[in-house]
Design a protein. Structure first.
Length: 281
């Protein structure tokens, strides 16, 4: 059994709640929506919901994959909800969001892996909220670029696909995804002149050199926005944390990434891929 590492003071989360938090919670629940904020036990939920923002998770709340870092339920998903695109779009309108973020579970059980549902959701959001900019955090669609094209053709402003970790550790924590496949998806997104974004976790045993190699790899395929955050073991079934990275190291990563040529970098212990997403358009 891995040795338990005590969480340092800089990772203690101050819960925040206000009128916006309550309203956001009400809208999400009344429209039967799923958010990665709750299913992923995001440490920034209090802050984001208090600002009236949330990251919507489409395709249900059960994932067909079982990545060791993730807290989302794994199993046989329910059929897609045909009303979900409309419900997400209407919720964004009620929240009066200037920028919205949507992600999904993996739906390897579907013939098109959920691509058409993705496209329908994006188009519904755009139709109901023409002034709202949109970021989508997509799965790898098993590297089938014609499915990625369905998302691209729906015209979100930013398309994100997370590398999650460095190349050496990828097979240990990602149940089906492959490092090279994720790079190919990001390269395809960037080649279509859409902002390509990715995110990683640290604290899983990687070295600074390996993180810098990943930066070079994603820059080479056209990624311009990078997020780096601390891996936090959300439950006992998830992969243990190897180390809690000091905030000074996160700042060093941010400086290195900007010097390498990234346009936007979020790097801090509690950063998650959609944190401050409105700044990345």
């Amino acid at each position: 059994m891995a040795e338990h590492i005590k969480k340092p003071d800089w990772l203690k989360i101050r819960l925040r709640g206000n009128e916006h938090f309550t309203q956001t919670k009400r809208i999400v629940e009344s429209h039967c929506l799923h958010t990665i904020c709750t299913s992923g036990k995001c440490p920034n939920m209090g802050e984001c919901w208090s600002r009236g923002t949330a990251t919507f998770m489409i395709g249900g709340d059960i994932c067909t994959r079982s990545c060791r870092f993730c807290n989302t339920l794994t199993g046989k998903p329910l059929p897609l909800d045909p009303k979900e695109p409309e419900n997400v779009a209407e919720s964004i309108r009620l929240m009066q969001l200037k920028h919205a973020v949507v992600t999904s579970v993996d739906r390897d059980d579907l013939p098109d892996l959920g691509a058409s549902h993705w496209a329908a959701t994006i188009r519904a959001i755009k139709q109901v909220n023409p002034e709202t900019t949109l970021e989508v955090l997509i799965p790898d669609f098993q590297g089938k670029l014609e499915l990625v094209d369905q998302v691209i053709d729906a015209a979100p402003e930013i398309i994100s696909h997370n590398m999650e970790t460095i190349q050496r550790i990828t097979p240990l924590v990602r149940s089906a995804a492959r490092y090279e496949v994720s790079l190919s998806v990001l390269q395809h997104i960037a080649s279509r002149n859409i902002v390509a974004k990715t995110g990683i976790m640290v604290g899983l045993g990687e070295t600074e050199e390996e993180v810098c190699e990943l930066m070079d790899d994603v820059l080479a395929v056209g990624v311009s926005v990078l997020t780096i955050g601390q891996s936090l073991q959300p439950s006992r079934k998830n992969i243990p944390v190897s180390a809690y990275i000091h905030p000074d190291q996160f700042e060093k990563y941010r400086t290195i990434a900007l010097e390498k040529g990234f346009k936007h970098v979020e790097s801090a212990p509690l950063v998650r891929s959609s944190y401050h997403a409105e700044k990345h358009v």
